[in-house]
Design a protein around this ligand. Structure first.
Ligand code: SF4
Length: 281
């Protein structure tokens, strides 16, 4: 519960820092106290910056993204890691820090969490900083990266990511919930060989309106992740339509948790195959 209500995303124009109980049934906004909401990682830098000074902190990283970050690398790497490193190292160097991909394999795709466009192998030398990652068409996010090697099926990746975002969509904005469901259904049919050719276009078309009226970034994530896979790997969608995909479908992914109304969050052992009961509003 937050401020006596469900912890759902909401629109608060103009942008406000912190939480103001006055707007939600407490005393007046002028009387209420803002709450400091910040990232634990950010707050952990504060004592070091106070003790050693900002110049010490700026000696790490790049001019626009100074300091260090706690990176997470998993997927098709030999040693999945959580490690604090200076910003500005390349994505390739970060993957090497996780042992690289298996002998004889090559990196095919990297996903910065589930919120940004896929990074393809030709952009692995991008320095890890906010501007550089944005210029490369993606984002640094919170420093978590999922790596797939050249055996991985990108249609399967799109299906699993879209399913997760659909389940996690809180259902406040119909285009987000319905659009992510529409995309997920079509991707699932692609995996079973039951999809029609026009469904690739329907996925692309749905991705254009899934963000309409959105209250938070989740719908943008659906648009960015699925849209970028469609853009980068059209041949793989064609292979599924023709039934000729021979790529690996058992992708290495973090455990994904589904929200179950009345039960809270439970790990879904049969992830990807169950449809949750969406009676929750
Ligand atoms: S965009 Fe999606 S997840 Fe975000 S508030 Fe709307 S329905 Fe909920």
């Amino acid at each position: 519960m937050i401020e006596g209500g469900l912890p759902l995303p909401r629109v608060l124009p103009p942008y406000l820092h912190g939480l103001f109980t006055g707007a939600y049934g407490g005393p007046s906004e002028e009387e209420s106290n803002p709450t400091c909401v910040n990232n634990v990682e950010t707050l952990s830098h504060v004592p070091q910056i106070i003790a050693r000074g900002p110049e010490w902190f700026r000696s790490f990283g790049t001019a626009d993204t100074p300091g260090t970050m706690v990176f997470t690398v998993l997927g098709d790497v030999r040693r999945p890691v959580v490690r604090e490193l200076p910003l500005g190292l390349t994505l390739r160097a970060l993957i090497d820090a996780a042992g690289g991909v298996a002998e004889g394999r090559a990196v095919k795709a990297v996903f910065p969490g589930l919120a940004s466009r896929v990074i393809t192998a030709d952009r692995l030398d991008t320095p890890l900083g906010f501007d550089a990652m944005r210029d490369a068409g993606s984002a640094l996010g919170s420093g978590g990266f999922i790596v797939f090697d050249d055996r991985a099926c990108m249609v399967k990746a799109a299906e699993m990511f879209s399913h997760f975002l659909h389940v996690e969509s809180c259902n406040q904005c119909p285009p987000c919930k319905l659009g992510s469901g529409r995309i997920s259904e079509r991707l699932e049919r692609m995996m079973t060989g039951a999809a029609h050719p026009h469904e690739v276009e329907e996925i692309a078309e749905t991705a254009t309106w899934v963000t309409n009226g959105q209250r938070c970034y989740l719908a943008t994530s659906e648009q960015a992740v699925v849209g970028s896979i469609l853009d980068a790997f059209p041949d793989e969608f064609a292979a599924h339509l023709s039934g000729t995909c021979r790529r690996r479908h058992d992708l290495v992914l973090p455990k994904i948790t589904d929200y179950r109304p009345g039960e809270g969050f439970t790990f879904d052992e049969e992830y990807g195959r169950k449809q949750p009961d969406w009676t929750y509003v």
